[in-house]
Structures are given as C-alpha cells and as structure tokens.
Write a protein that binds this ligand. Structure first.
Ligand code: HEM
Length: 148
C-alpha cells in the first residue's frame, strides 16, 4: 500500500510539473498575443487543477497514514523538529505545497470571474507560476531522484 501510494505521488509529480510548465507558457503567450480564452484553455485549467488536487490527496494520505518518515516524526514531534529530514516532511513539504495548491485553485476560481480574457490569462500566469515556484522549492530531490 505504501509503495503504491509513494510511486503514484512520485509519478504524478512529473505530470503536475509538466502541466504547470506547459500551461504557464500558454498563459504568457496568450497574454502577449491578446488571444481569446477558449474551451481548450478552460480544459487545460480544469485538468491541471485536477492533477494538482489528486496529488494533494495522495500526499495527504501518505502524510497521515502511510509514510514511515511522517510516522516517525509524529512519534516525537519535538525531536522531529530538530532533525532536518523529518522536519522537512513534517512541516516544510506539506505546508508549502498546501499553499501552492491554494494559489493554483484560486487562479482557477478567479479566472472564471474576471471580466476580460487578458486578465484571465495574466491571473493564471501569475498564480500558476507562484504555485510552481513554491512546489519546486520543497521537492525532496534526494528521495525523488534517488540521489541518496
Ligand atoms: C501537490 C503537490 C505536491 C507535489 C508536487 C509533491 C511531490 C512530492 C515528491 C516528488 C515526493 C518524493 C517522492 C519519492 O520519494 O519518490 C514527495 C514525497 C512526499 N510527499 Fe509530496 N508533493 C505534493 C504535495 C504533498 C502534500 C500536500 C503532502 C502532505 C500533506 C505531501 C506529503 C508527502 C510525503 C509524506 C512524502 C514522503 C513519502 C515518503 O518518502 O515516505 N505531499 N512529494
């Protein structure tokens, strides 16, 4: 069960990063070209947010129930805060990524309400970029890319 969830979380990270990079380039290009917001744009927003939300849920399940790293941290939170590896998973990865998910979700919700297509693209470009930077800042690179 743990391995399946970790594998899913690890693989979905590639999907999430790829979709964010593709869409950010799309939003910037469309802002620059004064392009109109099409059904295809709506689908890109929808599926990117879906991938991010699924990733968030898989991460939450790992965090609460499955990961031996967080289970060890929960056993003694005081000690975990003094251990950089445990603190990273207990606090930094989870909290920063939750902020990123919020930024990406707000981007999608706001883009439905904004009056002009240019504003929609600008809003998506800005908030998706903030989300991407936050996510990239707290990837456990050593575990993910097997650098250990
Ligand atoms: C939504 C964007 C997120 C991305 C892109 C992401 C990405 C990653 C990556 C690349 C790993 C390393 C996987 C590996 O070792 O192969 C990881 C591990 C982990 N993530 Fe996330 N994560 C996200 C959100 C979250 C959230 C919101 C939580 C918890 C609330 C979370 C909890 C965890 C835990 C507990 C691990 C360590 C699992 C282990 O090694 O035992 N993740 N994450």
């Amino acid at each position: 069960m743990y391995t399946a969830f970790l594998h899913t979380h690890s693989t979905l990270a590639y999907v999430v990063f790829a979709m964010l990079i593709i869409t950010i380039i799309r939003w910037i290009t469309k802002t620059a070209n004064n392009a109109s917001f099409t059904d295809t744009d709506r689908k890109w927003v929808k599926f990117t947010v879906l991938a991010v939300h699924v990733q968030f849920l898989v991460g939450l399940i790992l965090y609460i129930f499955l990961s031996p790293i967080t289970q060890e941290a929960f056993a003694d939170v005081g000690e975990a805060m003094r251990n950089s590896k445990l603190r990273f998973m207990l606090v930094e990865h989870a909290s920063t990524n939750i902020l990123a998910v919020v930024a990406i979700t707000i981007a999608s919700a706001r883009s439905k309400r904004l009056p002009t297509d240019k504003l929609k693209f600008k809003n998506l470009a800005l908030l998706f970029s903030i989300g991407l930077v936050l996510l990239l800042s707290r990837v456990p690179w050593v575990n993910w890319l097997n650098l250990g």
